[in-house]
Design a protein around this ligand. Structure first.
Ligand SMILES: Cc1cc2nc3c(=O)[nH]c(=O)nc-3n(C[C@H](O)[C@H](O)[C@H](O)COP(=O)(O)O)c2cc1C
Length: 195
């Protein structure tokens, strides 16, 4: 990783890192940080379900805490970490919902159990006990018996469109490599940062 001869497009570089890391997956997810209306940040793990020129996609409940935060402040940050490769990618930018069609196609590809769960769980709400979930599952199973389960209106994807991507690689003596790409006027500008 060198600023003299860098990959011009950081999204291609993320793809390379994701592909190179086939044997070293992202340990199940990426960290997603959002900000509440009071300026307080919150973070959680989500699964990265796709990425291309437009950005990085994850799926969730559109009434969850993260979704409420994104509604008032559509800026978010994502962190990808490969423990074994000693690499990190930080991504920042604006978040938009993916198209309804995209969510429906992805939802249809999910195992039936996951589809049921998306209907049952009022994600991020306080519930009195686990029985609420079990009862909800029984009822939802009955409701969709012998037919396809549609994508719930309150469930779908978001796409984080990056305007900043930073690559970090462990170096000797704690002198790590950090290359930051910032999108300005449609161009990616590259800078090296001190570790
Ligand atoms: C490995 C892992 C993967 C997860 N993937 C997702 C996901 O793709 N979408 C999601 O909504 N929550 C996912 N979660 C749960 C979230 O971390 C979080 O608990 C949930 O989205 C509610 O967050 P919120 O209340 O801040 O909205 C995952 C958790 C773990 C540990």
């Amino acid at each position: 990783m060198h600023e003299q001869n860098p990959t011009p497009n950081p999204i291609d570089l993320v793809s390379t890192w994701l592909t190179d890391a086939d044997d070293h997956p992202l340990h199940g997810g990426v960290t997603l940080a959002t900000v509440g209306p009071d300026g307080r940040p919150s973070a959680r793990i989500v699964l990265l379900r796709g990425h291309d020129e437009r950005g990085f996609v994850f799926y969730t409940n559109y009434r969850s805490r993260k979704a409420e935060e994104l509604q008032t402040n559509p800026q978010a940050a994502m962190v990808l970490w490969w423990r074994d490769l000693k690499q990190q990618v930080r991504i920042e930018g604006r978040v938009n919902k993916v198209s309804r069609e995209e969510s429906e196609v992805y939802f249809a590809s999910r195992p039936r159990g996951h589809q049921l769960g998306a209907w049952v769980s009022k994600q991020s709400r306080v519930i009195p006990d686990r029985a609420v979930l079990n009862d909800g599952l029984t009822e939802t199973r009955r409701r969709f018996e012998n037919r396809d389960i549609p994508c719930p209106p309150h469930w779908g994807g978001y796409r984080l469109s990056p305007d900043m991507i930073e690559f970090w690689e462990e170096g000797e003596h704690r002198l790590h490599d950090r290359l930051r790409y910032r999108r300005q006027d449609g161009e990616w500008r590259i800078e090296r940062l001190a570790p």
